[in-house]
Design a protein around this ligand. Structure first.
Ligand SMILES: Cc1cc2nc3c(=O)[nH]c(=O)nc-3n(C[C@H](O)[C@H](O)[C@H](O)COP(=O)(O)OP(=O)(O)OC[C@H]3O[C@@H](n4cnc5c(N)ncnc54)[C@H](O)[C@@H]3O)c2cc1C
Length: 266
């Protein structure tokens, strides 16, 4: 049994978000982090590894510096990693991204006992489309918004989060799961893990490695193969300063009520 976890390196939006004059994200000047939901997917895979001794393989599509992120996850306990990286893949939208990642997963191979895991959503693109699209392209059953999971043989019982509650369903492997932060608390790298991370296997899949997969051709990858076009993007104007009231005086409450009434909120 193996678990393939798809992980994306994203800009750290908790700090200053740098935007180019044309409205695109200035990724080069921003710190990068591991996409938060993906860390929950990694932790879920490592917990299954702790229980069953299965293999955990990490896959990312990104530029060569994404190797650093993969080494961090190897230091957390994953067994091996694949960096999917080529000029031809640049500019891909979610459709093209999922074509390429699905081809990479095909090349790794999915067997009867295997699970593919993703985060629910990346904090930069924010679409939550890539996981479900990979599942469609690989013809795998999928469960999204996974908040709890238990594996017994080839059955996985999953508690998935809905807007107003939870749903418990059973799915058979092989399958794809998209994970949310309620699932677990991701572990830290260990000191021993950091030493081991540099001797664990890491493959690079470039265009040549994937070009024979039926999912890959010039019309399905990169900017040309991306059906989505960004027509315009802009930074919304900064909001004005807020008004602070401590609410201790009745006069404050009357003032607040007056302000809300003036805006037709009450
Ligand atoms: C027209 C267009 C052009 C774009 N051009 C670029 C570009 O030039 N450079 C660029 O960086 N982005 C570009 N993007 C953004 C890029 O397509 C998305 O960031 C990417 O497809 C993932 O979508 P998302 O961020 O919404 O991920 P989501 O669908 O929200 O991610 C869900 C999960 O899928 C998995 N996943 C997503 N992306 C990856 C990945 N790369 N590797 C491994 N797992 C992954 C993770 O598990 C993640 O948690 C472009 C988008 C559009 C629409």
């Amino acid at each position: 049994m193996k678990i393939i976890v798809c992980v994306k390196q994203v800009p750290d939006t908790s700090g200053k978000v740098a935007v180019n004059p044309d409205g695109t994200l200035d990724r080069a000047s921003m710190q990068t982090i591991i996409n938060p939901d993906d860390l929950n997917a990694v932790e879920a895979a490592l917990q299954l590894k702790d229980e069953t001794g299965c293999e955990v393989k990490i896959v990312t599509m990104g530029p060569p510096p994404a190797e650093g992120m993969l080494r961090e996850i190897l230091a957390m306990g994953a067994d091996s990693a694949v960096l999917v990286s080529a000029r031809e893949f640049g500019g891909s939208d979610t459709y093209a991204t999922s074509q390429i990642i699905a081809a990479a997963v095909n090349r790794i191979g999915v067997e009867k006992d295997d699970i593919v895991m993703c985060g629910r959503q990346a904090i930069d693109g924010d679409t939550a489309q890539v996981g479900p699209q990979i599942a469609e392209k690989l013809h795998l059953p999928q469960v999204t918004y996974v908040a709890e999971l238990h594996k017994t043989g080839n059955d996985i019982t999953v508690k998935r989060m809905l807007e107003d509650g939870y749903m418990t369903i059973k799915v058979k492997t092989p399958c794809l799961l998209t994970c949310i932060k309620e699932l677990n608390a991701p572990r830290y790298m260990s000191v021993g893990g950091v030493f081991e991370a540099y001797s664990k296997p890491m493959d690079v899949f470039d265009y040549n490695a994937l070009k024979d997969d039926p999912l890959i051709d010039a019309t399905t990858i990169g900017l040309k193969g991306s059906p989505t076009n960004i027509l315009t993007s802009f930074t919304p104007p900064a909001k004005g300063a807020g008004v602070m009231m401590d609410g201790a005086e009745k006069a404050d409450c009357d003032k607040l009520a007056g302000m809300l009434a003036a805006k037709h909120i009450i």
